[in-house]
Design a protein around this ligand. Structure first.
Ligand SMILES: [Zn+2]
Length: 110
């Protein structure tokens, strides 16, 4: 995948993430307006919304970092070991910052 294609895909991902974040934030605000009597019943919904917002924020950070790597000329190389990230992996996840073994290691560290 060439860098121009990667940038295009990342930018459209970013737009999509921003849209879902504003929808999720809207849901969250709507939750606040409901009466306290409903609060207990809405707790799981609120938790789910928060979890989705967290995931969207993490994804957004990853996409922004990938766009920065495109600018720096480091896109497509693993940020940990410097080998090139396989094409198929970038096709599936254009925001991927690491090769598969380094990603697995990073996730175990978490
Ligand atoms: Zn690596």
């Amino acid at each position: 995948m060439d860098v121009a294609t990667a940038r295009m895909r990342l930018e459209s991902m970013l737009a999509q993430i921003d849209r879902s974040i504003s929808v999720l934030r809207g849901d969250q605000d709507a939750g606040h307006d409901r009466s306290l009597a409903d609060a207990g019943a809405d707790l799981t919904d609120a938790d789910r919304t928060r979890a989705m917002l967290d995931a969207a924020a993490r994804q957004r950070t990853a996409v922004l970092a990938a766009l920065r790597r495109i600018d720096d000329g480091g896109y497509g190389r693993c940020v940990d070991c410097g080998t090139s990230v396989p094409e198929g992996r970038l096709e599936a996840r254009p925001e991927a910052a690491r090769c598969v073994p380094c990603q697995a290691r990073a996730e175990r560290r978490r």
